[in-house]
Design a protein around this ligand. Structure first.
Ligand SMILES: N[C@@H](CCC(=O)N[C@@H](CS)C(=O)NCC(=O)O)C(=O)O
Length: 330
């Protein structure tokens, strides 16, 4: 039985749009706290103080390709927002929806200034950061560990191995899933095509280095922009914006992958280093990024994925991971 079903059974009262603390909400987010794109939406929801119910989709077990989820999003991707009877997939679309279709009294993340130049800059950085291929950057780093520094949780050795083997077979699996789901077939076949091309890029060191160089050039622009801001400002002005959410989640991912030494620490980009230290203290960031207790729970409750890796690899991985964590803690 999948996680969301279990969740709904446990919390029957959600049917009446009521959650345990007595507040009412019609907003549900299908997400996973480890998913890069879910994290952007989670942080936006926390910034805007929107009441919502997270519905966890276990993408390591392929829950995104179960028929009930493909009904919501034929691409089989999280995050997906369900609000009243509307279903909105894709982090960019969701964040736009939160900004333009919900109560205009909520904290803005796009229209944060009256100065059109500031808004232009926010949109420029939003686009620049959103164009970076988070999946390729992430999985590629597992294939070329010598290009990165020390990866951190959750990307410890056994997790990296599972994600690597998952990537090796992902497009073949997608083609199989496409055959089994006629309604989503053409979209999934297209996705398999893209996935295969991404795989070719990320396993090739020269191609992967080009991707890292693009990240480098975007971060050069970010560093220049931060240099121009006064000390208490965020990326584009005194208010926290969508560009900041994109930057915060990207820096966190690069740090988890051990890429901070390549991109900003040891005096390479002092403004980014200072910015990352500041943003990590923000309430919305703390709520969004999983802490050690979440990592431990994930590792202990994880079971061998049925479709991405050979059974056994993960079980061994879990034991190694727990040993690794305990060693770190003691
Ligand atoms: N463009 C989408 C990308 C969403 C996406 O790639 N989500 C990943 C998790 S971060 C996913 O669901 N992966 C599972 C899969 O593709 O099988 C967005 O911005 O929301």
């Amino acid at each position: 039985m999948h996680y969301v079903q279990k969740y709904l059974e446990k919390y029957q009262f959600i049917k009446n749009n009521k959650i345990s603390n007595g507040t009412k909400t019609n907003i549900f987010l299908y997400c996973n706290c480890y998913s890069f794109y879910s994290q952007k939406v989670l942080m936006a929801l926390y910034e805007k103080n929107i009441d919502f119910v997270p519905l966890i989709v276990d993408i390591t077990k392929g829950e995104q390709y179960s028929s009930w989820f493909l009904e919501l999003n034929q691409r089989g991707e999280i995050p997906v927002l369900k609000i009243h009877s509307e279903i909105i997939p894709d982090s960019t679309r969701i964040i736009d929806y939160l900004e333009y279709y919900l109560d205009s009294g909520l904290t803005p993340l796009i229209n944060v200034s009256r100065d059109s130049k500031v808004i232009q800059n926010i949109n420029r950085f939003r686009d620049l950061l959103e164009a970076l291929p988070a999946g390729v950057i992430t999985v590629g780093s597992f294939f070329h560990p010598h290009l990165c520094g020390r990866p951190k949780l959750p990307f410890i050795y056994p997790v990296r191995e599972v994600l690597k083997s998952g990537d090796l077979v992902s497009f073949k699996n997608l083609r199989k899933i496409a055959e089994e789901n006629p309604k989503a077939k053409s979209i999934l076949l297209y996705k398999a095509e893209i996935q295969e091309r991404k795989h070719e890029i990320l396993i090739n060191e020269e191609e992967y280095t080009k991707v890292l160089n693009i990240v480098d050039s975007v971060l050069t622009q970010v560093e220049e922009q931060l240099k121009d801001q006064s000390e208490e400002n965020w990326l584009c002005c005194e208010n926290f914006s969508i560009a900041d959410i994109n930057l915060a989640i990207l820096l966190q991912r690069l740090w988890e992958l051990g890429l901070e030494g390549r991109f900003w620490t040891n005096g390479k980009r002092p403004h980014i280093e200072n910015y990352f230290n500041r943003v990590k203290l923000r309430d919305s960031f703390v709520k969004t990024i999983p802490g050690l207790h979440v990592h431990l729970k994930m590792i202990i409750t994880s079971q061998p994925p049925t479709y991405i890796a050979a059974a056994g690899v993960v079980s061994v991985g879990v034991v190694i991971a727990i040993a690794y964590i305990l060693k770190k803690l003691i």
